[in-house]
Design a protein around this ligand. Structure first.
Ligand SMILES: Nc1ncnc2c1ncn2[C@@H]1O[C@H](COP(=O)(O)OP(=O)(O)O)[C@@H](O)[C@H]1O
Ligand SMILES: [Mg+2]
Length: 364
C-alpha cells in the first residue's frame, strides 16, 4: 500500500493544456473520488497515474517512488474501467487470473489470490461460468476481481458503474465501500456523478477545466464550498445563487429586504460595497410569516411533490431582473400552489457568500 502525490502535473495534448499543473497528495489508504463535468480532465489524471498517458511535466509519487516515467506495469497500480472488456471465451476463473498467469505467478499463489477475491466479491460459485452467463453486476465484479488479485498498491476506477442500472449501482457502491474497508488500498475513483462522489468518498477532489476547484471531505465541500463552481456542482437541486448587494455592511436581498448583520463574516465585508453572490441551499430556505422582516418575497411557479418533502420553484419580484428562479425544499406538509406568494427566510448561518468577480468564497 502507498499514498499518491501529484506534483505540478501538466498534460498537453498538442497545443491544448488539459491538466493545468495539479499538485495534490492522497494519504495512504484513502478512498478519493475525483468528480467534475464531462471533459474536465478526470480520466486524464487517472491515466497519467496509471501510465497510460505520459505527463508533459511534473512528478507522480506512489509511495516513495516517482513513477511518472515508468512503464504502466512497473507502477504497481490496478485499473478498472467503465467498459470492463472480459474475455468472452474464458471462464470467470481464467478472466480473473489472466494477468497473473501472463506474469508467470505460481499456480498455487494464483489459486490463493483467486479464492480470496472470489470470496470477497461473492463470485465463488461462478468461477467456471463464462461471462455471458453473468449479469451486468457480476461481470463488473469479475473486472474488480481482476484488479484485486494483482494486490497492487493503488486501485484506479474510471466510472466503473456507469453501465449499470440505478439500483444495481447503489448496491455496487455499498460493496465497493465494504471492499475498501477490508483491503484498505489507496483508491482513486472517477465519476461525473456528484451523488456517487458524496456517498463513496472519504475525500473528494472537484475538478473544473483541468484544475482542482477544491479538495476536502464530503462535509467540507457541502457545508463550506470554496467556489461558486463547487457550490453549484455538489448538492441536488443546485444551490440557489442570488445577486445581492452590500450596503452599509448589511446584505440587501433581491427585492429590497435586508439580512440581519452576519457577525462571522464582518471581516470579509470590511471596505466592501456593491454586488455580492449569495448562495443558499434549497433546504436552507424556510417558510416565514408574512410580516417577518428579513425574508424573500416570491411567487410560486412550480411545485414538485417528492413525498417526504416538496420542491417549490419560485420567481423573485420584478426588482430582481435576470435572477433565475430559486428552489426551496420544504417539508411535505407545507404545500403552496402555483401563483401563491410566499415568504422565505434563510436558515441561520446558512448564507454562503461569494465574490461576484473571482467567484471565491468570502466568508468562513
Ligand atoms: N488522446 C487525446 N487527445 C486529444 N485530446 C484528448 C485526449 N484525451 C482527452 N482529450 C481531451 O482532454 C480533455 C479531458 O478529457 P478527459 O480526461 O477524458 O475528461 P473527463 O474524463 O473528465 O470527461 C477533453 O477536452 C478531451 O477532449
Ligand atoms: Mg472520463
Amino acid at each position: 500500500m502507498a499514498g499518491i502525490e501529484l506534483r505540478k502535473v501538466v498534460k498537453n495534448f498538442g497545443k491544448t493544456q488539459v491538466i493545468e499543473g495539479i499538485s495534490q497528495s492522497v494519504p495512504d489508504g484513502t478512498f478519493l473520488v475525483i468528480v467534475g463535468p464531462s471533459g474536465c480532465g478526470k480520466s486524464t489524471v487517472l491515466r497519467l497515474i496509471a501510465g497510460l498517458e505520459e505527463v508533459t511535466s511534473g512528478e507522480i509519487f506512489i509511495g516513495e517512488r516517482d513513477v511518472a516515467r515508468l512503464e504502466p506495469k512497473d507502477r504497481d497500480v490496478a485499473m478498472v474501467f467503465q467498459n470492463y472488456a472480459l474475455y468472452p471465451h474464458m471462464s470467470v476463473r481464467e478472466n480473473i487470473c489472466y494477468g497473473l498467469k501472463v506474469r508467470g505467478l505460481p499456480k498455487a499463489e494464483q489459486e490463493r489470490r483467486l479464492a480470496l477475491a472470489a470470496d470477497m466479491l461473492g463470485l465463488s460459485e461462478y468461477l467456471d461460468r463464462s461471462p455471458r452467463q453473468l449479469s451486468g453486476g457480476q461481470r463488473q465484479r469479475v473486472a474488480m476481481g481482476r484488479a484485486i488479485v494483482r494486490e497492487a498498491a493503488v486501485f484506479l476506477f474510471d466510472e466503473p458503474l456507469s453501465n449499470l442500472d440505478a439500483s444495481l449501482r447503489n448496491q455496487m457502491r455499498v460493496e465497493l465501500r465494504r471492499l475498501h474497508e477490508r483491503l484498505g488500498t489507496t483508491s482513486i475513483y472517477v465519476t461525473h456523478d456528484q451523488v456517487e462522489a458524496m456517498t463513496l468518498a472519504q475525500r473528494i477532489m472537484v475538478m473544473n477545466q483541468g484544475h482542482v476547484e477544491q479538495y476536502g471531505t464530503p462535509d467540507e465541500l457541502y457545508l463550506s464550498p470554496a467556489t461558486v463552481f463547487t457550490a453549484r456542482f455538489i448538492g441536488s437541486p443546485n444551490m440557489n445563487m442570488l445577486r445581492a448587494s452590500l450596503e452599509r455592511g448589511r446584505l440587501k436581498l433581491p427585492g429590497g429586504t435586508f439580512l440581519p448583520p452576519i457577525p462571522a463574516t464582518d471581516a470579509a465585508f470590511t471596505g466592501r460595497a456593491g454586488e455580492i453572490l449569495l448562495g443558499v441551499r434549497p433546504e436552507d430556505l424556510l417558510p416565514a410569516g408574512e410580516n417577518a422582516p428579513e425574508t424573500l418575497r416570491c411567487r410560486v411557479e412550480l411545485v414538485e411533490v417528492l413525498g417526504a418533502d416538496t420542491l417549490v420553484h419560485c420567481a423573485l419580484p420584478n426588482e430582481a431582473e435576470g435572477q433565475e428562479p430559486i428552489i426551496a425544499r420544504l417539508e411535505g406538509s407545507s404545500r403552496p400552489g402555483p401563483g401563491d406568494v410566499i415568504h422565505l427566510g434563510i436558515r441561520h448561518g446558512k448564507a454562503h457568500l461569494f465574490d461576484p468577480v473571482t467567484k471565491k468564497r468570502l466568508a468562513v
